[in-house]
Design a protein. Sequence first.
Length: 212
Amino acid sequence: MNSDNVFVTVIDADSIIPEIYIGELERKCQKDNLNIHDFLFCSPHVYSVNRKESMVLGRAFDTLYSFLHYVTMHSFSKISFPISNYTISYKTLKEINFNDVHQDCIAEDCHLTLKAISETKGRLSVIPIYTFSNQMNLVGGKSFFEECKSKFWQEERHQRGVLEISYAFKNVVNSNFRNKNIIMSFLSVLHVYLDQVAALWFTSFIICQFVL
């Protein structure tokens, strides 16, 4: 088997990818006659695997954030970022020497996208595949305050991925500010983390109004 024709699909342990995702990916590549080595593919997502087990805070935040992620997939720069689940060609992974494993690479999905764009000199772009992946809400406890505590620590861990902003900016500097796609990847990842902060604060405000 020619490994250059192999796709690698990464799926989170708490995610469910519909079978139609692979079919849509193949159809997209064939219909548009795409060079699969120039693209990373990802899907929007929803949270409904365990929606009845999660309290309102987690469900509200996750739902809002999934909406914001869907919006960023319609970027004029053709640069978006996967959340947890994505597909990339094995040849491209070899070309960029796979993903990094150092301690600063916390947001693995975002980091790989940034690295692929940088290492391919801006050649790689991201294509959405519109079949929703299904993920799990956080289940933090039996009380509202236990849920808040669990959500706080989950977001504290997620926000460590803010290091990707400096990594993206380093890529811009290394390109001498001349590569449009690398510059747009920096602006896009900045947008992603601002979305996360906005979703967290907006959800907290709504929940506080509901509780108080």
